[in-house]
Design a protein around this ligand. Sequence first.
Ligand SMILES: [Mg+2]
Length: 112
Amino acid sequence: MNEIQEIIDLITAFRDERNWEQFHNAKDLAIALSIEAAELNEIFLWKTPDQAMESNREDIADELADVLVYAFYLAKKFNFDIKEIIHQKMKKNALKYPVEKARNLATKYNQL
Ligand SMILES: [Mg+2]
Protein backbone atom coordinates (compact mmCIF):
# COMPACT_ATOMS: atom_id res chain seq x y z
CA MET A 1 0.00 0.00 0.00
CA ASN A 2 1.36 3.41 -0.86
CA GLU A 3 1.88 6.17 1.67
CA ILE A 4 -0.89 8.37 0.30
CA GLN A 5 -3.39 5.53 0.70
CA GLU A 6 -2.14 4.94 4.26
CA ILE A 7 -2.91 8.57 5.11
CA ILE A 8 -6.35 8.38 3.49
CA ASP A 9 -7.11 5.20 5.45
CA LEU A 10 -5.91 6.80 8.71
CA ILE A 11 -8.05 9.93 8.39
CA THR A 12 -11.03 7.96 7.09
CA ALA A 13 -10.89 5.63 10.10
CA PHE A 14 -10.68 8.65 12.43
CA ARG A 15 -13.73 10.18 10.74
CA ASP A 16 -15.76 6.99 10.59
CA GLU A 17 -15.17 6.09 14.25
CA ARG A 18 -16.90 9.38 15.06
CA ASN A 19 -19.56 9.05 12.37
CA TRP A 20 -18.57 12.43 10.97
CA GLU A 21 -18.94 11.70 7.27
CA GLN A 22 -22.47 13.04 7.59
CA PHE A 23 -20.93 16.50 8.11
CA HIS A 24 -18.33 16.19 5.37
CA ASN A 25 -20.10 17.67 2.36
CA ALA A 26 -17.88 19.31 -0.25
CA LYS A 27 -18.83 22.86 0.74
CA ASP A 28 -18.03 22.41 4.41
CA LEU A 29 -14.81 20.56 3.66
CA ALA A 30 -13.70 23.42 1.41
CA ILE A 31 -14.62 25.97 4.08
CA ALA A 32 -12.84 23.98 6.78
CA LEU A 33 -9.74 23.75 4.61
CA SER A 34 -9.81 27.51 4.16
CA ILE A 35 -10.25 28.10 7.90
CA GLU A 36 -7.31 25.84 8.69
CA ALA A 37 -5.24 27.75 6.13
CA ALA A 38 -6.22 30.94 7.94
CA GLU A 39 -5.10 29.40 11.24
CA LEU A 40 -1.77 28.66 9.60
CA ASN A 41 -1.57 32.25 8.38
CA GLU A 42 -2.38 33.54 11.86
CA ILE A 43 0.85 32.03 13.16
CA PHE A 44 2.78 34.30 10.80
CA LEU A 45 0.69 37.40 11.38
CA TRP A 46 2.70 40.38 12.68
CA LYS A 47 5.92 38.41 12.77
CA THR A 48 8.81 38.05 10.40
CA PRO A 49 8.89 34.62 8.74
CA ASP A 50 11.93 33.74 10.84
CA GLN A 51 10.23 34.76 14.10
CA ALA A 52 7.20 32.62 13.29
CA MET A 53 9.28 29.64 12.21
CA GLU A 54 11.53 29.75 15.27
CA SER A 55 8.87 30.01 17.94
CA ASN A 56 5.93 28.13 16.44
CA ARG A 57 7.32 25.13 14.64
CA GLU A 58 4.93 22.66 16.28
CA ASP A 59 1.92 24.94 15.71
CA ILE A 60 2.90 25.33 12.05
CA ALA A 61 3.12 21.54 11.69
CA ASP A 62 -0.29 21.11 13.36
CA GLU A 63 -2.05 23.68 11.20
CA LEU A 64 -0.39 22.44 8.02
CA ALA A 65 -1.53 18.92 8.92
CA ASP A 66 -5.08 20.26 9.40
CA VAL A 67 -4.98 21.83 5.93
CA LEU A 68 -3.69 18.63 4.38
CA VAL A 69 -6.25 16.45 6.16
CA TYR A 70 -9.13 18.54 4.80
CA ALA A 71 -7.50 18.55 1.37
CA PHE A 72 -7.36 14.76 1.49
CA TYR A 73 -10.99 14.50 2.64
CA LEU A 74 -12.04 16.80 -0.18
CA ALA A 75 -10.08 14.81 -2.76
CA LYS A 76 -11.72 11.63 -1.46
CA LYS A 77 -15.16 13.25 -1.70
CA PHE A 78 -14.57 13.77 -5.44
CA ASN A 79 -12.83 10.41 -5.88
CA PHE A 80 -9.75 12.25 -7.07
CA ASP A 81 -6.51 10.35 -7.23
CA ILE A 82 -4.21 12.70 -5.32
CA LYS A 83 -1.08 11.68 -7.17
CA GLU A 84 -2.87 12.05 -10.51
CA ILE A 85 -4.35 15.49 -9.82
CA ILE A 86 -1.01 16.83 -8.59
CA HIS A 87 0.75 15.49 -11.68
CA GLN A 88 -1.90 17.04 -13.92
CA LYS A 89 -1.75 20.40 -12.17
CA MET A 90 2.04 20.50 -12.28
CA LYS A 91 1.86 19.94 -16.05
CA LYS A 92 -0.51 22.91 -16.30
CA ASN A 93 1.78 24.97 -14.06
CA ALA A 94 4.76 24.11 -16.23
CA LEU A 95 2.91 25.51 -19.25
CA LYS A 96 1.91 28.64 -17.31
CA TYR A 97 5.37 29.15 -15.90
CA PRO A 98 7.95 28.10 -18.49
CA VAL A 99 11.41 27.96 -16.93
CA GLU A 100 12.84 30.37 -19.49
CA LYS A 101 10.26 33.01 -18.52
CA ALA A 102 9.67 32.33 -14.84
CA ARG A 103 13.10 31.48 -13.47
CA ASN A 104 14.02 33.82 -10.59
CA LEU A 105 10.72 35.70 -10.88
CA ALA A 106 7.81 35.67 -8.40
CA THR A 107 5.48 37.09 -11.04
CA LYS A 108 2.02 35.76 -11.80
CA TYR A 109 1.82 33.85 -15.08
CA ASN A 110 -0.37 36.44 -16.79
CA GLN A 111 2.29 39.09 -16.19
CA LEU A 112 5.32 37.13 -17.35
MG1 LIG B 1 -6.30 24.02 13.15
